[in-house]
Design a protein around this ligand. Structure first.
Ligand SMILES: NC(=O)c1ccc[n+]([C@@H]2O[C@H](COP(=O)([O-])OP(=O)(O)OC[C@H]3O[C@@H](n4cnc5c(N)ncnc54)[C@H](OP(=O)(O)O)[C@@H]3O)[C@@H](O)[C@H]2O)c1
Length: 284
């Protein structure tokens, strides 16, 4: 199988390239300047040249906070850009796997979201991704939309790497305790995407909306937690907002030597039964 993926240096795009190599699947990564979602005219020629059997749209504007100040750009990439990828895939007769996000929901449910829960994005990023889902569905019936959340990986920047970096240099880290989500390894996403690609080629009528959610986690699970609030660690499937420190976590107020915290975090994250099994590749 030969797959064209949009985005070359993105977490999911890189994970797909690695997992593809492992499984003997050819993954052709397409990125700027050859394929620029801000320039829809670049999309069809790049996809045609890739000569693939399935298209994966993993490219997106993912800077959630920054999106509020440039809604035009985020819409161009995540909504119109996604539509352009879907239209080009359709014109070539190729199925499309499109990546989306839990940010299409309002984030105020007290349980993991299901595919058919009502959407209600609260920010520019979520609105653009929801519009992208609609644009994909309007352009081609031959698609699968996969919503994921809190992506981490050995590639690029992500909250797990931020935690490890902070833990290596600080003796305490404060993390909000009222944000919840489903941390998801890009390598696991890549495995799932490859499976969906195989299914779409074999049984296009099975195309459906999938939710990668596998449990609700506290952001404070992800890293070592102390008292003060560390902001800006990304979104969550549960409550969002400025965040509040959890007074009941029983974690140290301080006094650990720099590096000790990182060691404790790694120990917890890499434990055999860890819910963060995908972390094993990071920071070894
Ligand atoms: N990261 C998360 O926590 C998260 C959570 C939920 C859902 N998702 C979704 O999962 C998918 C993959 O996310 P990710 O974490 O792999 O994202 P990422 O690491 O931020 O990578 C985004 C990719 O999009 C590319 N890109 C951005 N603007 C572009 C443009 N105008 N034209 C072409 N390419 C462009 C980037 O290219 P450059 O390499 O050139 O910058 C990069 O390769 C996205 O659809 C995202 O919305 C992500």
């Amino acid at each position: 199988m030969r797959i064209a993926v949009t985005g070359t240096k993105g977490q999911v795009a890189q994970a797909l390239q690695e997992r593809g190599r492992d499984r003997g699947v050819e993954v052709v990564a397409l990125g700027r300047p050859d394929l620029d979602l801000m320039a829809p005219a670049t999309v069809a020629p790049a996809l045609r040249a890739a000569n693939a059997e399935v298209v994966v749209n993993a490219a997106a504007y993912t800077a959630v906070d920054k999106a509020e100040s440039e809604p035009e750009v985020v819409d161009a990439v995540n909504a119109r850009g996604a539509g352009a990828v879907a239209a080009a895939a359709s014109a070539l007769g190729l199925p499309l796997v499109h990546l989306s996000t839990d940010y299409v929901f309002a984030g105020d449910l007290d349980r993991p979201y299901r595919e058919d829960d009502p959407t209600g994005p609260r920010g520019a990023y979520g609105r653009s991704k929801l519009a992208g889902e609609a644009a994909v569905a309007a352009a081609t019936p031959d698609h699968a939309i996969l919503r994921t959340a809190w992506v981490y990986s050995p590639f690029g920047a992500n909250f797990v790497k931020s935690m490890l970096r902070l833990a290596a240099t600080r003796d305490t880290i404060g993390v909000v305790a009222d944000q919840h989500g489903s941390p998801t390894s890009a390598l696991d996403i890549a495995d799932a995407v490859l499976q969906v690609c195989t299914n779409l080629r074999a049984r296009p009528e099975d195309a459906t909306l999938r939710d990668f959610s596998h449990g609700r986690r506290g952001l404070h699970d992800v890293g070592a937690v102390c008292r003060s609030g560390l902001r800006g660690l990304g979104g969550a499937a549960g409550t969002r907002g400025p965040g509040r420190a959890d007074p009941d976590l029983g974690l140290p107020d301080g006094g650990e030597a720099p590096g000790q915290l990182a060691a404790r975090f790694r120990e917890a994250a890499f434990a055999p039964s860890s819910r963060f099994a995908g972390l094993a590749r990071i920071n070894r």
